[in-house]
Design a protein around this ligand. Sequence first.
Ligand SMILES: C[S@@+](CC[C@H](N)C(=O)[O-])C[C@H]1O[C@@H](n2cnc3c(N)ncnc32)[C@H](O)[C@@H]1O
Length: 274
Amino acid sequence: MRYKDTTELEISSLLEVIYQKYGYDFRQYSEAHIRRRIMNKLRMSGLENITQMQSMVLYDETFSASLLQDLSITVTEMFRDPGFYRSVREKVIPLLKTYSFIKIWHAGCSTGEEAYSMSIILQEEGLYDRTTIYATDFNQQALNYAKQGIFSNKMMKEYTSNYQLSGGKESFSNYYISDDNNVIMNQSLKKNIVWANHNLVTDSVFAEVHLILCRNVLIYFDRNLQNKVQKLFYDSLIDGGILCLGSKESLRFSEFHEEYSELDKQQRIFKKKY
Ligand SMILES: C[S@@+](CC[C@H](N)C(=O)[O-])C[C@H]1O[C@@H](n2cnc3c(N)ncnc32)[C@H](O)[C@@H]1O
């Protein structure tokens, strides 16, 4: 048996307290990720040790809210990994066109850039009016931001380039209006997006959906938790439904590997077998 070091023990006790007090379950997140974030928080907050941090979690809600933010990494972009969206256009959209209504689930949507990117593709492909996009995350602050659809215009150069590389058919600036600091996404892109708080670890199956996108989320989970979430995805998809994991994730070690065929090997896009 391998004995845990003191820091590991302190961290697992801290995660238990977070779970018991706030219901956020980080106990099966990847150890390396959690350790890095907690040690970073320790340095930044000037606390002496993790045990002190644990009592802050018990008695200081403001501290706890900021710790929860730190544990959930919300980095995202519009048309992030343009090759992925190119593949969605070429391989996924033709399949979606065969349905008279379409339900899409963006799991771990962060501040919403991914869902707005999908809305743009669906509009260009003439599918938006028959689609509902469920965009979910367990980070309410990120969801509140997503709902507004207001982004810094500093990012627009990069997003425009991503959009073009992804096979965009219009001028990207058609999709927003800008002021001095920000851009506001067109209202028409939001109208079929339902933003909802959903925790992949503790909440249950989500509607019967045709397409699930969950990119850059499972990398933070350990193998057991990845499997648990893969079951959730499998149970949420209709037969023939599509699962998009993106190039950083894998289905290879999952017990559901055999239940899907591969639509795009590199972008990890799979189709649930009938
Ligand atoms: C790095 S972002 C990825 C955003 C987007 N999918 C992308 O690829 O650009 C990871 C997101 O997963 C969310 N997340 C982490 N654990 C989660 C959980 N248990 N349930 C729901 N969302 C979770 C985080 O809050 C964060 O917004």
